[in-house]
Each structure stands twice: as structure tokens, then as C-alpha cells.
Design a binder for this molecule. Sequence first.
Ligand SMILES: [Zn+2]
Length: 274
Amino acid sequence: MKVGSVELIPVEDARGSPGTFAEFYSDVPAEAWQPYRALYPELFGGDRWRLACRSYLIRSGGRTVIVDTGVGPPGIWSWQPEYEGRLLASLDAVGVAPDDVDVVLLSHLHVDHVGWNTDRDGSVVFTHARHVLHRDAAAAAPGRVGPDRPHIERCIVALLDRGLVDEVAGATELAAGVVAIELAGHDVGHMGVRVESNGARAMLFVDSTPHPAFLDEPGWRFDADLDHAAAEATRRALVEELRDGDTLAVSGHYPGNGIGRVVTRGGRTVWEAA
Ligand SMILES: [Zn+2]
């Protein structure tokens, strides 16, 4: 997919379920999901949330950026995978080796976004890359180290200790027309990516709107959000910006390749594949 002169390429790592809708959206009654089951059948496995964990490769001006690094080597995250561990094969399929990547944008500290920062042995995967992480996330990481979150030590602290992380804040250019931006609420220092080239635009909003039902119901509560008020404000602003416009709305957890648009259909605000 081209966004102006920028290339936007989906690279899937895994697919599976982290749990039930009741576990992640405890305030939302089961029947309220009904219209979204019809709109997004791929995202429902009975009462379980079913999703992809997909990264995006962005090429612009001779630089190669990857946005997030998936779940990582198989068996590391305790979820219900249908398959996992595919990121490096997905990159290979589009002709990219880990050493070709110049910038790894780490949107936030959750396990399904940083898994391939290191391999199973703890070796850095993207050996030629700078890893870009919000400074608040970098500051919070050491305090999250623990047996229930082994990925923090393996994927974040390991990079910080080796001096491989660029700690940023505010809007940060990653490549020509490719800018990391703060999208507050989901996690400390949560960031997305805005792409703009020759009048074309894309917005990678990562986990600020983790399920497309939120585009229609931005006030719903996502239990995994750190700051619910900030998360809701971010979602409402995203919907305002994206609805019925030309900007591509991109999410690694959405159906298909996750590249689509936010449109009004039958009185609802929905995501449609582009
Ligand atoms: Zn996620």
C-alpha cells in the first residue's frame, strides 16, 4: 500500500485470543457487542476476543521503519495463540532482513508490541536499528520488571542497558513524512504514527482504539487502559479526525491487513478495509 510516496506494508506476527470480552471490557454487556459481531466477525471467537498482532513496515526516503515487534518467539506470552512467531518470516516474505531496519518504533510496553525486540536467547533482533520509545515508558519500564511480565526485562530493559533506545517525547520524525505522536491513555507514553506524503495520509493509532467497536462507542471502557479519561478523550479526537475522511485508519489488531477507513454507515461509525 502506498501513502503518497511512502510504502506501508503489513507484517503479521501472530493471531489468537488474549481472553474473553467480559475480561477486557467488564462494563460492556455481552448483548451490546451484537452489532459489532456482524460488522467484524473476524474479531470474535465465541465470547473470546480474537485478534491479529501485526506490525507495519514503513519505507520512506531510503529509511525503513517498523512499528512494533509483535508477540515474539512462540510460547513466551500466556495467551491462546492460533499461530505465533511469524514476524521474521513475514519480513522475509517482503524482502526485508532484520538488519535492514533503521528504526523500531515501540508504541508502548505491552507484551504484544515488543516481543521480537530480542530473540529467545535474549539477542537483539534488529541489530542495526535505533529503538524509539517514549521517555515516560522508558522511565516506567524498570518498575514493571517482575515474574508476571518477563518481557519487560527481556525486551525493554535489555535494550535500555545496551544503549539502543532513543527516548523521545512529543512529535518525533522517524523518516520523511513519518512522525511518532503521543496518543495518551492506554499505557504510559503510548504513541502512534502519522504518515503524510503528497497530500495522502495514514494514522496508525495502535491501542488507543484496540477494537473497532470503540469508533462507534468511544465512551466504552477498556479495562487495559491506564488512564480511562485520557483514553476516551484520545478516541473521541481520533474519531473526529478520521470519520468520513481520506486518511487511512490503520491498526495491527483489526481485520484483514488492518488498513482501512473510518466511515459512517447506517448511522454507525465503522471501520472498513481500504
Ligand atoms: Zn495491543
